[in-house]
Design a binder for this molecule. Structure first.
Ligand code: DGJ
Length: 730
């Protein structure tokens, strides 16, 4: 007992001394002049790098928080492997691993060797200027720390101070070096349309693993997120994890390399595929932001860190700290057959079960009776809405909901007035066939006239109608990414300019209409990343709304992105896979993020509508914990015939549990569900939605719920339940 007390005292003293050192003037970002080291203290994380004997910027440390600068080396020395630890290497000298910068000069010289020039520390940011040894080509490395979450943001501005244009062939945002050693495992998200967000894992081996999009948008196939852990650790809640997410909605690339000396590096930024950015004299190009963090709390904590970071630092404010509304969306119910009376009837039903927002999807404009025609003609279809949108919007408002509308601003059907007037506005190569996908072409948003036209009609649409929400869709990838109107040597700037202009339209709309909310959608989850999320309020996760598939889709999504933005609809059955699961199961699956309804409510029976009303009322009681709380994965939908998630409100006042039995085998009952993230000494009142929680106690302690667990009597196929805990003490 006495030993324990002494140990505790020593421990407290250590914490005090550590904190005091920081309080007594240790800046979270500091330059140790004598050692030429930069030390970044980012909450529970430290990141250290410095200037080596060749005047290059060399990485030293990234991991748990250090507290003693004296421990750091007196000088950073680059040995041969040291080349692979540069913070931002140009392609030059004997660098054979992934460069951060590759440039072609007009005289044919293609070597860049970046040396340290200067630095500036301003609060939570650090800028380091590097310069090529032989030309006035500069790289300004920006570091910003987020101590609340331990996240470090990096991006780089390449500045051409020469007198001629240079061609940038690779501009990466950051190279992240991990502690040298074996046993790393890479996790990443890949998939396809209607099957996005599948979590993959593979060992890191000597060589390079490339995650990328070459499709013009973020893509369904790969998402710009990675996580690396070590030693085959399977515990969601323990172990080292280094993770990161790149904010770019165009072509991106993340390379995970391991050298023969077991140095693991993650380099990410603009995809180098077909990349050639002609940077005029005296101009600059800034890379996308690359955010990364570290935790010793396993994949579970890595996700929670990202979720909190996204809510507090990425998503537009206000909004990120509020709860998302329950919305109704017309797409699966009516497809293109939208018209005033039908939409009003759906709105009546949606309001009666508790929806708060009514969104009319595709089909309301031009001659849009199917997906062959009308895209680009953004006037209200007079046959479907003879009096414009106002009567429907007024009707929706009278029902107490706000109104949202679907748009797909970047696309055009060849069968449209817009295309007939401006065939040159579509991305194309002169004289070559234009590949259609979903019968549409991509408007070349890199062109400023196309961008301006698009902004203007969106502005008019929002100005002239009482619209609270836009669902911004994008239903195809780029092909023939030509831009014949500019000189050939500038055409490949389209890869960057297109996305920059889409961002500009969104930024201007948001600035002009601060209350307008926007959803990112690209045939489901094809455009979700940290830079689009700076400009939107929520994301359409997948066009696959089939509840069983949805469990893995949502689970994968949650590794990188917060449930706050993860839109999930309850839809009709049979759905994808020809599968029919019970309505309650569908509701509980969709309640694991931001809830929506996408079913044809006119076909629902009274008992369905009654259940829906109860479920939505339940969801409203728990949605703050789900959307803005801490997610614990209790049982993965990928590893077992059952799964469970738990969400704990940030202030600990509530915890919500969902459990799903996908398919019962051998009459087996579920193991006890041991909860996480509760207060051992806390007392919790259990609120059940049904009789499937075996324990009938009213009040249970956190210790019991976490150590013994909760028995659930689920049986058969597609059984499900949920309960929430209200903390009543202390
Ligand atoms: C693709 C989206 O993902 C769907 O939700 C729907 O909006 C359709 N486009 C409409 O064309």
């Amino acid at each position: 007992m006495a030993t324990y007390a002494v140990k505790k005292w020593v421990y407290s003293l250590t914490i005090f001394v550590t904190t005091a050192t920081v309080a007594l003037g240790q800046q979270p970002i500091r330059y140790l002049e004598a050692k030429k080291l930069f030390v970044l203290d980012i909450g529970k994380v430290s990141y250290v790098f410095g200037i080596n004997q060749h005047n290059e910027l060399q990485h030293h440390y990234w991991g748990g928080r250090l507290w003693r600068d004296e421990d750091l080396p007196a000088t950073l020395v680059s040995d041969a492997p040291g080349l692979d630890r540069q913070e931002y290497p140009g392609w030059g000298e004997s660098l054979f691993s992934e460069p951060s910068l590759k440039v072609s000069f007009p005289d044919g010289n293609r070597a860049v060797v970046l040396h340290y020039v200067s630095h500036a520390i301003a609060g939570d940011t650090l800028t380091i200027t590097l310069k090529d040894i032989l030309s006035p080509l500069y790289a300004h490395l920006h570091y910003k720390i987020f101590p609340e979450t331990g996240i470090l943001r990096r991006d780089v501005t390449i500045e051409n101070r020469t007198d001629t244009p240079v061609v940038i062939e690779s501009a990466q945002s950051a190279a992240w070096s991990l502690p040298r050693g074996p046993g790393y495992r890479l996790r990443y998200l890949s998939g396809r349309w209607a099957g996005e967000w599948q979590l993959h894992e593979e060992p890191v081996q000597t060589g390079t693993q490339v995650l990328e999009s070459r499709r013009g948008i973020t893509s369904h196939q790969m998402n710009p997120w990675f996580a690396l852990d070590r030693d085959d650790n399977r515990d969601q809640e323990k172990g080292d994890v280094w993770f990161g997410a790149l904010g770019w909605s165009g072509n991106w690339k993340i390379s995970v390399e391991q050298t023969p000396d077991l140095q693991v590096r993650v380099t990410g930024g603009y995809n180098t595929f077909d990349f050639a950015y002609r940077l005029p004299a005296k101009q600059s190009l800034t890379t996308p932001p690359f955010y990364a963090g570290y935790t010793e709390g396993g994949m579970g904590e890595a996700s929670r860190i990202l979720h909190r970071f996204e809510r507090t630092e990425i998503l537009p404010k206000p909004g990120a700290d509020k709860v998302r509304q329950v919305l109704y969306n017309s797409w699966e119910a009516t497809q293109f057959n939208v018209e005033e009376a039908g939409q009003e009837a759906l709105a009546d039903k949606a309001a009666s079960i508790g929806a708060e927002r009514f969104v009319m999807d595709d089909g309301w404009f031009g001659k849009r009776n199917n997906d062959h025609t009308g895209l680009g003609d953004w006037y209200v279809n007079p046959a479907k809405f003879p009096h414009g949108l106002k009567p429907l919007i007024d009707h929706v408002h009278r029902l107490g909901m706000d109104f949202g509308l679907w748009v797909e601003p970047e696309m055009v059907n060849p069968d449209s007035d817009l295309y007939r007037q401006h065939p040159d506005w579509a991305m194309h190569y002169d004289g070559r066939p234009r590949t259609e996908s979903r019968n549409q072409l991509v408007l070349n948003m890199a062109r400023d006239d196309v961008k301006e036209y698009t902004y203007q009609w969106l502005d008019q649409l929002v100005k002239n109608n009482d619209i609270a929400f836009l669902k911004w869709d994008n239903n195809r990838y780029f092909t023939e990414p030509g831009w014949p109107e500019v000189p050939a040597e500038n055409q490949r700037m389209l890869w960057v300019k297109y996305t920059q202009n889409v961002y500009e339209i969104l930024d201007r709309l948001r600035a002009r209409y601060p209350k307008l909310e926007i959803e990112t959608c690209a045939s489901g989850g094809g455009r979700v990343d940290l830079s689009i999320l700076r400009r939107v309020d929520q994301a359409w996760t997948s066009d696959n709304t089939e509840a069983l598939d949805r469990l893995t889709i949502q689970d994968g999504f949650s590794y990188a992105y917060t449930p706050h933005v993860m839109m999930d609809w309850v839809t009709d059955v049979p759905n994808f896979n020809g599968r029919s699961v019970p309505l309650k199961f569908r509701f509980l699956v969709a309640m694991q993020g931001s809830l929506g309804i996408g079913a044809d409510l006119n076909k629902w029976q009274d008992q369905d509508l009654t259940l829906a009303k109860e479920m939505i009322a339940y969801y409203k009681q728990v949605r703050n914990a789900v959307q803005n709380g801490l997610l614990y994965r209790l049982a993965s939908p990928r590893q077992a015939d059952w799964s469970a998630t738990e969400y704990v409100a940030e202030d600990g006042s509530q915890a919500v549990v969902y459990s799903f039995l996908h398919s019962q085998h051998f009459g087996r009952s579920l193991p006890l569900l041991r909860l996480l993230g509760l207060e051992e000494r806390g007392l919790y009142r259990i609120h059940r939605i049904d009789a499937k929680v075996a324990d009938k106690s009213e009040v249970v302690s956190g210790a019991y719920l976490m150590h013994e667990g909760v028995g659930l009597s689920l049986e058969g196929d597609y059984d499900s339940t949920s309960f929430f805990l209200e903390r009543i003490q202390p």
